[in-house]
Design a protein around this ligand. Structure first.
Ligand code: ATP
Ligand code: MG
Ligand code: MG
Length: 428
């Protein structure tokens, strides 16, 4: 990809935009760009420098992203809306062509890394709540104030950040790549290194707490949930390359597979509520460490069919009108609204799943599924908006220590009963 039309090769110390930014290290990359930590000599801050591939289609995509990011930053002068900020943009010429560059505020690790860091065990529900609140503030801003649909919401596109000013306290802020990140760790990891250190220094206390941890799928002898106590989890929504204005969607197939809403699969048209579906998938993943839907194709059915079957097994049968109402419905459903090639569904409702498989207490499961189920309505217009979600009791509730200790006892008891398997697909 480092050829004409592709990525720009960067060396540490390279200057950008007439010397204003100095490249420090690689933070990550995507299909369109490489992203670098850079030092902004004008503001004396670290920034993220996103350098787009140079071919025309990538340059156009970058211009679209810059337009969207400009609207986002102009509407949020106080920087409180949980969405990444564009600081600057410019063009940079190199041997592979001319590259659109975006200067973004420098953020930390993605939620995907957080989930991995937690060994796919799921975060404590209070942490999930804090993160969900941030995402909802971001979505409410994008949807209601700007008329934007993100279209690619998922853990990878939500980045952590610290409220501690990195310039004042780079270590505590968890945003000190130069101090914390080993060379060659391309995907970042500074926040995690900080968490790791906290963990080691309080190993004893952590063990005491962990021994009563909620999510313990494989039994108490498994690796415990990591302790993230005292880590201020705030986050921001990033990656606006695919965002679109509600009035003029430009792609039919949007969203990353596992976070894709049914109306997108069926080609029934989409709006803001399609982000709310992805949000619910993300919230579940944070709480359990597992993707809510991980469809697979086979010889007798395709990935879309498996995906729809998984949805119905969790949420009940799709109303006939919705199942048969999309441009792709005829490929997938018969006229009664039954899947053509997958006939036997094993129903396992969300709150049972949370209890049986993820060892939630009855109360935790009920509250969390009360929050998630409306977001997973097959009828997009029935899903609550981000603004409505922010009013929901689950978002505004904090489980007291007493209650959660009691629940942990219950969870341990349930654990001994064993775990049944989910979603065994039976073809026609
Ligand atoms: P995609 O193929 O996902 O569309 P892309 O080329 O548009 O990729 P991004 O997803 O915006 O690129 O960024 C690539 C990676 O760079 C991210 O996954 C993340 O690891 C890192 N990154 C992006 N923006 C920032 C930021 N503001 N602060 C820190 N790291 C960032
Ligand atoms: Mg991305
Ligand atoms: Mg992108």
């Amino acid at each position: 990809s480092y050829r004409k039309g592709g990525y720009h090769a960067v060396r540490i110390g390279d200057p950008f935009n007439r010397g204003r930014y100095i490249a420090q290290r690689k933070l990550g990359w995507g299909q369109f760009s490489t992203v670098w930590l850079a030092y902004d000599t004008q503001s004396s801050n670290y920034v993220a420098l996103k350098i787009q591939k140079s071919a025309t289609q990538f340059a156009q995509a970058a211009l679209h992203e810059i337009e969207v990011l400009s609207v986002i930053v102009n509407g949020d002068p106080s920087n409180t809306k949980c969405v990444v900020r564009l600081i600057d943009h410019f063009k940079h010429s190199g041997p592979n062509g001319q590259h659109q560059c975006m200067v973004l505020e420098f953020l930390g690790d993605s939620l995907l890394r957080l989930i991995k860091h937690n060994r796919y065990k799921g975060l404590h529900l209070n942490k999930v709540r804090e993160i969900c609140k941030c995402i909802l503030i971001g979505l409410d801003y994008l949807h209601r104030e700007l008329g934007l649909i993100h279209t690619d919401l998922k853990p990878e596109n939500i980045l952590l950040f610290s409220t501690i000013d990195p310039a004042k306290d780079p270590v505590k802020s968890g945003l000190s790549p130069i101090l914390e990140r080993p060379e060659g760790n391309l995907n970042g990891g500074s926040t995690m290194n900080i968490i790791e250190k906290k963990l080691k220094s309080r190993a004893k206390r952590a063990v005491a707490k962990i021994s009563g941890g909620r999510t313990s799928m494989g039994g108490p002898t498994q690796k415990p949930e990591r302790n993230l106590d005292g880590v201020d989890l705030r986050c921001k929504v990033v990656d606006f390359g695919n965002a679109c204005w509600n009035a003029k969607p430009f792609a039919e197939e949007i969203q990353t597979r596992q976070y894709r809403a049914p109306e997108v699969i069926l080609r029934s048209g989409y709006s803001y509520s399609t982000d709310m579906w992805s949000f619910a998938c993300t919230a579940f993943e944070l709480a359990t460490g597992d993707m809510l839907f991980a469809p697979k194709g086979s010889q007798s059915f395709c990935e879309d069919e498996d995906h729809l079957a998984l949805m119905m097994e969790l949420l009940g049968k799709m109303p006939r009108k919705i199942a048969t109402g999309g441009a792709r419905s005829k490929d997938l459903f018969d006229r009664h609204g039954d899947l053509k090639r997958i006939r036997r569904l094993k129903y396992w409702p969300l709150n049972r799943l949370l209890i049986d498989r993820y060892k939630f207490s009855d109360d935790e499961a009920r509250e969390f599924s009360d929050f998630l189920c409306p977001l997973l309505e097959f009828a997009p217009e029935k899903r609550p908006t981000a603004q409505q979600c922010l009013q929901h009791p689950w978002i505004n509730h904090t489980v007291s220590t007493n209650v959660s200790m009691k629940n942990k006892g219950v969870a341990m008891e349930k654990l001994e009963k064993g775990v049944s398997s989910l979603h065994m697909r039976v073809g026609k």
